[in-house]
Each structure stands twice: as C-alpha cells, then as structure tokens.
Design a protein around this ligand. Structure first.
Ligand code: F6R
Length: 244
C-alpha cells in the first residue's frame, strides 16, 4: 500500500484527478471503477476542467460504478446514477452507453446482481478502481461483517452508513435501507486501486485500514493485500496514523 499525504481536500482532489487523468492518457480505452459520495466530487470537478482545456479525452473510456441504492429510479435525484451524470458524465465526452451503474430500479436482486457481475466478468480486470472509505471502513457498500462478500450483492446498510448518508436526504427516514454493491473480489481484481480519504471523521477507518489486522470487520483492510493500492489522504484523515 502506497500512501500519498496531502494537506487538505483540494490537494487530495488534485492528486486523485492527476492519477486518473494519467491513467486515461496512458490508456485511452481504460475501464474505470468509480465511486460516489462527497470524497470524489473535487476530483471529478478537476477532471472536468482538464477535459474542457483539452488535456484529457474520455471518448473511449468505460466506467463501472461501485454501488446504487436499491429501489431508486436512475432519474431519482438521490440515485447514484443521477450523481454520476450531474457531477461528471454530463460534463465530459464519455459515451453514455459506456457508463455502467447497478440498476436500483431492478427489484429482482438475483437478476440484477448476476447482470452486473456478468458485465464485470466481461471486463476481467478494471484498470483503475477509485474508492472512498466509510467511517466504519466500508468500501463500496461492503459493510463490516463476518466475511468478505465476493460478487455483486444487495446489502442491508448499517446504521452508521444510513446516518452518514442522511445528510444528502430530506430526513433519515428517506435514506434507502438497502443498496446494490460490487463485491470485494471485483474491487480486488482491479489492476490499480486508488483510495481517497479526507476529514477527521475518516481517521479511525484510515488507521485501521493501513495498520489494523486484515479483517472483514474493517472491509478496507483487505486492500493491504493488493499489490498496487495507492491511498491519497489528507492531514485530517491521517491524524491517527504515525507520521513516518
Ligand atoms: C460510494 C461508496 C462509498 C463511499 C463512502 C464514503 O459509491 O462506494 O463507499 O465512498 O461511503 O462516502 P463519502 O465520500 O461521502 O464520505
């Protein structure tokens, strides 16, 4: 695991965007695993600015999102499909048919998980998987538990995740209780993992991810076993980690 220390959210965002744009410049046909949430927004904005300046071209890129709320239509403003469109895809030259997000509107869980896994299996290895980290150490919506889940699955969100994500909904009661999530195996299959973390509320999870035991109780700890994992974290997110 390689650690890149940054001063703050903006610094983190620029470095994350730099790594993603280098990937796309070096391999225009890259397959990118993408994340939603507050963490990657600054990086997406930076990538949009570089696209507008002509520095990076997404016309051949394919993207696969980590997760989606179960039961939400793609047009729902709280859906992750909507998030990706409005924060990123609408502003770059990616082909819409090359952007994949689990379909929250498909209530047949078995069929939807099988469909998404088949898509991922057809790719084989994502070139780069971007991740945020939950306060409880989740990656995607792979919540802490007894085992690492392999394939795409429909998860019952933990109370901690429901509370953390309620800031984006009218009230906590509006937060969906379930979500589709890519499994840990597909994440670990990526050729490169790029995990971004910002803020003091992530400090414990970041510490446990890097220094704790590899355990499904902190899902991100499995990244210690990946041979090409880069963590870009700001000072606050690293506040519980040793300085060296
Ligand atoms: C989102 C995702 C989640 C988030 C995590 C952190 O697609 O997979 O694991 O990365 O919950 O969320 P933020 O960035 O909002 O703190």
């Amino acid at each position: 695991m390689r650690l890149i220390r940054t001063t703050d959210y903006n610094d983190m965002s620029r470095k994350v965007a730099n790594i993603i744009s280098a990937q796309v410049i070096l391999k225009p046909k890259s397959s990118l695993g993408l994340a939603t949430g507050s963490t990657p927004i600054g990086a997406y904005q930076q990538l949009v600015r570089w696209y507008e300046k002509g520095d990076v071209d997404f016309s051949e890129v394919c993207t696969y999102n980590l997760d989606e709320y179960y039961g939400l239509l793609p047009s729902d403003p709280h859906s992750y499909r909507h998030f990706m469109d409005t924060n990123f895809f609408d502003h770059i030259n990616i082909r819409r048919e090359n952007t994949f997000v689990p379909d929250g509107a498909n209530l047949d869980r078995e069929a939807e998980c099988a469909r998404y896994d088949a898509l991922l299996q057809a790719v084989g290895h994502l070139d780069l998987q971007l991740l945020g980290i939950g306060r409880n150490g989740h990656i995607g919506f792979n919540e802490p538990g007894e085992v690492f889940s392999k394939g795409t699955h429909c998860v019952d969100l933990s109370q901690s995740t429901i509370e953390a994500n309620s800031r984006l909904f009218g009230s906590i009661d509006d937060v969906p209780r379930r979500a589709y999530s890519m499994g840990v195996q597909a994440i670990m299959n990526a050729r490169m993992i790029l995990l971004a973390a910002s803020g003091e509320d992530k400090a414990q999870a970041v510490h446990d991810m890097i220094f704790g035991p590899v355990t499904p109780r902190c899902t991100a700890s499995i990244l210690q076993l990946h041979t090409n994992c880069v963590v870009v974290a700001d000072r606050d997110a690293l506040s519980l980690c040793p300085q060296a």
